[in-house]
Design a protein around this ligand. Structure first.
Ligand SMILES: [Zn+2]
Length: 177
């Protein structure tokens, strides 16, 4: 057997814990960033290829990950990929314990809208989006979901109310009785 990809291509944790990063960034945050990049050695240099737009950035561990995070914020392919992104779901079959794979898609806009509706319908506080455990819960279900800020969710809710009001008005107009 040839050595596994992990052994040959992924730098060790001591290489990652360089002076630029170690103290300011948690290893958790670092690993989330690496879910969006593929690390590979090209011409003896570490490159981080964006999984969304395939742009190659410096992947040398001594440069840290802040430029990668900055790219993710700006990457215009990321949103589009999110919509079409096919997530593999593992379904454990009861009878023989075999795992079947099923696909599902994730759409940031649909999820954000569902979150707005959730807050309205159950009268959750707007601060729900700042609750650490709620953020953790959402991230465990879909790491690509970007939690909206309190003001963004407020805007979304007002928009939903406006649309709802218009729908009611046109229903009333249509109903002569
Ligand atoms: Zn990109």
């Amino acid at each position: 057997m040839s050595p596994s990809f992990q052994e040959s291509s992924i730098p060790t944790s001591s290489q990652l814990n360089d002076s630029n990063e170690g103290y300011t960034t948690s290893s958790k945050l670092k690993s989330i960033v690496w879910e969006h990049f593929t690390k590979e050695k090209i011409n003896n240099e570490w490159k981080a290829t964006c999984n969304h737009c395939k742009k190659k950035l410096n992947g040398d561990s001594k440069n840290g990950t802040s430029h990668l995070r900055e790219h993710l914020r700006r990457c215009n392919k990321k949103g589009q990929v999110d919509i079409r992104q096919q997530v593999l779901l593992a379904n454990v079959k009861k009878s023989d314990g075999q795992v079947a794979l099923k696909t599902a898609s994730f759409n940031q806009d649909v999820s954000r809208r569902d979150l707005s509706k959730l807050i309205v319908m159950h009268e959750y506080p707007l601060s729900t989006v700042d609750h650490a455990q709620f953020i953790k819960y959402c991230s465990s279900l879909q790491p690509l979901f970007e939690m909206p800020s309190r003001s963004t969710i407020k805007r979304d809710i007002l928009k939903i109310f406006k649309e709802g009001k218009m729908k009611t008005m046109s229903n009333l107009e249509a109903n002569e009785g």
